[in-house]
Design a protein around this ligand. Structure first.
Ligand SMILES: NC(=O)c1ccc[n+]([C@@H]2O[C@H](COP(=O)([O-])OP(=O)(O)OC[C@H]3O[C@@H](n4cnc5c(N)ncnc54)[C@H](OP(=O)(O)O)[C@@H]3O)[C@@H](O)[C@H]2O)c1
Length: 260
C-alpha cells in the first residue's frame, strides 16, 4: 500500500511512519520541514496544510492518508480545520481511498479552544468526501512529561486532582497503522494508557523514578475546563481500550534526562 503520513516527523507521526515502513508499505512523509533523520525507504514531500502547497504532487498515486499533523496555538483552526479541508479536497482530486484521522478522547467535553478545533476537524473528516477511520487517543506520555519538564525549570512540580490517562505513543501509532491497513471503519475503539492518574500521582511517579524533588505547585481545579479534567473527561470510558504501560514505566524506559 502507498501511504502518506501528514505530520510524519511529529511525536505521533514518526512512530506511524516507522511502523508502516516496517510493515513493508511505501511511505511518504508530508511536512513543511524535511526530517532530520529520515526513516530508510521513505520519501519526504514538502507540503503546507495552511496553503495547500505541495499536496497535489505529494498525494499522486497514494492509497491511504494518515493525518498526524498538529498545531497547538492561535493557528490551530487554520492548520487543523482549514488544513484538513484542503487535504481532503486534494485527496479527492488524487483518488485517495481512505483517510485516517487521530483525535483526542473527551475533546468534545472539555471547553478549550484547541479541543474545539479538534472537534471541528473531526466534523470535517466525518462529513467529508473520503471514506474514513477516526481514532481518539488520550494524552501521550511525552505531553505529560513536557508539563513536568517545563515546571522543573522553575523549580516546581504541578500537584492536584486533575486526572489524565497517558498512553505510549508507539502503541497508538500501531493502532493507526492497523487502521490504515484495515480500510475505512468509521469511529473505532478509543485508546488510552493503563492508569488514570492525578497530577499529584504523576509527580510522585516522577520523583520515584527520576529521584528528583521539586517544590509542589498546586494546580486547583478552577474553571469549567479544569473541573471537567478533574472529573475524568479526558479519560477512557467503559468502551475504551487500555494499551501498554504507564508514565512511570515510560520514564524508566527512557532513562534519566539531565534537568528533569
Ligand atoms: N500530543 C498528544 O498528547 C496527543 C494525544 C492525542 C491525540 N493527539 C493528536 O495527534 C496528532 C499529532 O500530534 P503530535 O503531538 O504528534 O504533534 P507534533 O509532535 O506537534 O507534530 C506535528 C507535525 O505536524 C507537522 N505540521 C505542523 N504544521 C504543519 C503544516 N502547516 N503543514 C504540514 N505539516 C505541518 C509538523 O511538521 P512541520 O512543522 O515540519 O510541518 C509535525 O510533523 C494531532 O492531531 C493531535 O491532536 C495528540
Amino acid at each position: 500500500m502507498r501511504v502518506a503520513v501528514l505530520g510524519g516527523t511529529g511525536t505521533l507521526g514518526s512512530p506511524v511512519v516507522r511502523d508502516l515502513a516496517a510493515r513493508g508499505h511505501e511511505v511518504r512523509v508530508l511536512t513543511r520541514t524535511a526530517p532530520a533523520n529520515p526513516v530508510p525507504r521513505t520519501r519526504h514531500h514538502a507540503v503546507d496544510l495552511t496553503t495547500g502547497a505541495g499536496l497535489d504532487e505529494a498525494l499522486a498515486g497514494v492509497d491511504t492518508v494518515v493525518d498526524a499533523a498538529n498545531h497547538i496555538g492561535v493557528r490551530s483552526t487554520k492548520v487543523l480545520v482549514e488544513g484538513v479541508r484542503s487535504l481532503l479536497a486534494a485527496e479527492e482530486r488524487a483518488g485517495v481511498g481512505h483517510h485516517v484521522e487521530i483525535s483526542i478522547v473527551g475533546c468534545d467535553e472539555v471547553p478549550f479552544s484547541y479541543y474545539r478545533s479538534k472537534v471541528a476537524q473531526e466534523q470535517v473528516v466525518t462529513g467529508g468526501p473520503i471514506p474514513w477511520t477516526l481514532l481518539r487517543a488520550t494524552q501521550f506520555h511525552e505531553l505529560v512529561d513536557q508539563l513536568f519538564t517545563v515546571a522543573a525549570k522553575f523549580g516546581v512540580e504541578p500537584h492536584g486532582s486533575l486526572r489524565v490517562q497517558p498512553v505510549d505513543v508507539v502503541a497508538v501509532a500501531a493502532r493507526l497503522a492497523d487502521a490504515a491497513e484495515a480500510g475505512p471503519a468509521g469511529r473505532i475503539r478509543e485508546v488510552g494508557g493503563p492508569a488514570v492518574q492525578t497530577l499529584t500521582e504523576l509527580a510522585a511517579a516522577r520523583r520515584e523514578v527520576l529521584g528528583t524533588r521539586r517544590l509542589p505547585f498546586p494546580v486547583p481545579p478552577l474553571g469549567r475546563m479544569a473541573r471537567r479534567v478533574r472529573d475524568g473527561a479526558l479519560c477512557l470510558g467503559n468502551d475504551g481500550e487500555a494499551l501498554s504501560f504507564d508514565y512511570a514505566e515510560w520514564l524508566r524506559r527512557r532513562g534519566a534526562k539531565p534537568g528533569s
